[in-house]
Ligand binder design. Structure first.
Ligand SMILES: O=C(O)CCC(=O)C(=O)O
Ligand SMILES: [Mn+2]
Length: 201
């Protein structure tokens, strides 16, 4: 399969409306994906954030960082993330992904799943700052994990394993009708880093 070969996965939004996920399983060569994983793990100033649930601080089951224009910030689940400017290695990915998808991206939320006990629970990337129907591009390096989607009304589920160096684009309207997660995996000791590119005004 060519590096830029892609698949289109149709996603029903409503009975009348369909969107899709575009998936490039081999977006990066194995060598470039290896380098990106090593660079991200060592060069990103990882944050260990926690959220308050019924008065208790619960650590997020992953490390993260938020990249964008310095002086701006992003808030979700009551965590305020001040933007760190894009380092060169990430800026290169941002530009390549803009070129491939034809969409603009000026922010990235980066997650470091240290092992199978790290995860992200069901959610949609639907914060108002992202606009009404945001496109979200997701680049994965490291151990393969399963990206699960669940329709908010029909509860239909779709699972997409995300290999080392893959790129996935969630289309318009997906965040309004579908939730997604990365579930925990037992006895998995390898790391994964995921970059979700977004656009914010
Ligand atoms: O790790 C992933 O593939 C998904 C991350 C995600 O959904 C997010 O950062 O909003
Ligand atoms: Mn998400």
């Amino acid at each position: 399969m060519d590096l830029f070969d892609h698949q289109t996965i149709p996603l029903q939004l409503t009975p009348e409306r369909q969107s899709s996920i575009t998936f490039w399983p081999n977006w990066l060569s194995a060598t470039d994906a290896d380098k990106l994983l090593d660079t991200a793990i060592s060069a990103v100033d990882w944050r260990a954030d926690s959220i308050k649930i019924v008065g208790k601080q619960i650590p997020l089951p992953r490390l993260q960082q938020w990249f964008g224009e310095p002086g701006t910030s992003y808030t979700y689940s009551n965590i305020c993330l001040p933007a760190v400017s894009f380092p060169d290695f990430l800026e290169r990915q941002r530009l390549a992904i803009e070129q491939q998808t034809g969409a603009a991206f000026n922010r990235a939320l980066v997650n470091y799943y240290r092992d199978g006990s790290d995860s992200v629970d069901w959610h949609a990337d639907d914060e108002p700052e992202l606009g009404p129907e945001p496109l979200i591009a997701s680049l994965s390096v490291g151990v393969e994990r399963v990206f699960q989607l669940r329709h908010t009304l029909t509860k239909q589920r779709i699972s997409i394993p995300l290999p080392h160096g893959s790129l996935l684009l969630m289309g318009a309207g997906v965040q309004s009708y579908w939730h997604h997660r990365i579930a925990k995996v037992k006895e998995l000791n390898q790391p994964r880093v995921n970059f979700t590119f977004r656009y914010m005004n």
